[in-house]
Design a protein around this ligand. Structure first.
Ligand SMILES: Cc1ncc(COP(=O)(O)O)c(C=O)c1O
Length: 386
């Protein structure tokens, strides 16, 4: 008998736009400002910490929930920055990047038929995670007319008796929007009325600009009591390929998350965990990160200023959006291809972060690149426009 292809669990998932654009960029020798990863190396001290961990023999399975020294370091960092101390033993789980923390959290908390509120534009792993859990995504748009501010009235209206979880992501990919203190207050009112849990994806917590403090949901005891806060060392320490992140949540939620986690990966890369525990003794690498990326944002944004691209405000993350309507009325995916073939620069069409097609002309640039790469991209854009 012929072997039948499997019925897919995720019918709407194909090759991601990030892979498509990266392949196209490679083919055309384009500067890749599409996918979100640095093109420069991580700190030499961190490289040394990893080598030391391997030499010291930290090469076998780590504890399921994470290396104790790393969980303690995460607890200490969060307490110092945001005033909330998670118990490293019962409330912090080290994961294979934020992606796995998100999947484990959603599979643990969402049951078939549950609804999950997500804000749109939405990071690409959220909806597949919800669908694999048998849940239904309920999309609430960020307000593009107000700098992609969250509209809390619409969030409240989207919550039904079936809603289990609200998924948030600030600083926000792709819009660069950050939360204000008023947003936390609005969220506090919503959870008081509805009793939902929150997943707060804060992978860009250390990339917030112009002297503004990151509004972690941990800052509010009311929110911390019902939130899974997820972060990633990949974004903070230029090590996206190491795939180490973590989930911090009240013990009752962590118990369930760990049940899923232990059968997804059991444990996470041991030497990398020791390396981060060691590296985290010094706060400078994450304390200095806003200035490091702000200089890159300014270099790139200033360079685009005298072009027809209209740059939108970028308060955090290493992404900036630009409207190209003064240049072209092509739909975003076509314009992204044109960017590669005509400009020699790869970008991501923002429409891919939406379920419903949006009639806008906005693309996302990633500026987590060396200054030389950013300058070359700007040179190519100017040359193509000349
Ligand atoms: C908003 C957001 N969440 C999660 C992730 C995934 O993080 P990790 O590479 O640690 O899995 C990313 C990476 O681009 C992201 O932008």
């Amino acid at each position: 008998m012929n072997v039948q292809p499997p019925a897919t669990r995720l019918p709407r998932v194909g090759t991601t736009i990030f892979t498509v654009m990266s392949q196209l960029a490679l083919k055309h020798g384009a500067v890749n400002l599409g996918q979100g990863f640095p093109d420069f190396n991580c700190d030499e001290r961190l490289q040394q910490c990893l080598a030391d961990a391997v030499r010291a023999g930290h090469n076998q399975y780590a504890p399921m929930s994470g290396v104790p020294a790393l969980r303690a370091a995460i607890a200490g960092k969060n307490a110092a920055l945001y005033g909330h101390r998670h118990d490293p033993d019962s409330e912090i789980t080290v994961t294979a990047g934020a992606t796995q923390a998100i999947m484990a959290t959603v599979l643990a908390l969402v049951h078939p038929g549950d609804e999950v509120v997500v804000l749109e534009p939405t990071y690409d792993s959220y909806v597949p995670s919800i669908e694999l859990a048998g849940g239904h995504p309920v999309r609430v748009p960020l307000d593009a007319t107000r700098g992609y501010a969250p509209d809390w009235e619409r969030v409240r209206a989207a919550i039904s008796p079936k809603t289990r979880l609200v998924m948030l992501n600030f600083p926000h990919n792709p819009t660069g929007r950050v939360l204000r203190a008023e947003d936390l207050a609005a969220l506090e009112r919503i959870v008081a009325e509805t009793g939902v849990w929150l997943l707060s994806d804060e992978v860009y917590e250390h990339i917030v600009f112009d002297g503004v403090a990151h509004q972690s949901l941990m800052r509010s005891p009311t929110l911390a009591a019902r939130t899974v806060v997820i972060s990633s060392f990949g974004k903070t320490f230029h090590t996206t390929g190491w795939k180490v992140g973590y989930a911090c949540a009240p013990a009752a939620l962590t118990t369930e998350i760990r049940k899923v986690h232990q059968f997804m990966v059991f444990a996470v890369n041991t030497p990398a965990q020791h390396a981060f525990a060691d590296y985290l003794r010094e706060p400078q690498p994450y304390v200095g990160l806003p200035d490091f990326y702000q200089a890159k944002r300014d270099l790139f944004v200033d360079g685009l200023r005298d072009t027809p691209f209209r740059v939108l405000p970028c308060e955090g993350t290493y992404f900036v959006l630009a409207d190209y309507s003064a240049l072209s009325h092509e739909p975003e995916p076509e314009f992204a291809r044109t960017m590669i073939t005509r400009f020699g620069v790869a970008v991501i069409p923002v429409s891919v972060f939406y379920d419903t097609p949006v009639d806008r002309t906005v693309v996302r640039f990633c500026f987590a690149k060396s200054d030389a790469t950013l300058r070359e991209a700007l040179r190519r854009i100017r040359a193509a426009l000349a």
